[in-house]
Design a protein. Structure first.
Length: 92
């Protein structure tokens, strides 16, 4: 039996009012790495800030958030908002 392992993609995003991560549609949110100092990051299920919040946190430099192999399923896409610094988001 062969197990198919999804390959992760990444997006490095600096301070922004919001950016679509990959294309719209189903996505897997697997984690992020932060260079933020006291800034906040919010990840939405959707194509704008009108989507459901999947994750939000005020981060410190070097924070690593990992949701494991299966990640968090987003039905409509991933939309990322970073208030300060740069965040690298891992997704499928």
């Amino acid at each position: 039996m062969t197990v198919m392992v999804p390959k992760l993609s990444y997006l490095s995003q600096a301070t922004t009012a919001g950016v679509q991560v990959g294309s719209a549609g189903p996505r897997g949110f697997h984690g992020l790495v932060s260079t933020v100092t006291g800034g906040a990051v919010t990840v939405y299920d959707g194509t704008s800030t009108g989507g459901t919040i999947l994750f939000t946190k005020t981060l410190a430099v070097g924070d690593v958030i990992n949701f494991g192999y299966f990640g968090i399923a987003a039905k409509n896409g991933l939309f990322l908002v970073v208030s300060a610094g740069t965040v690298v988001i891992l997704y499928t």
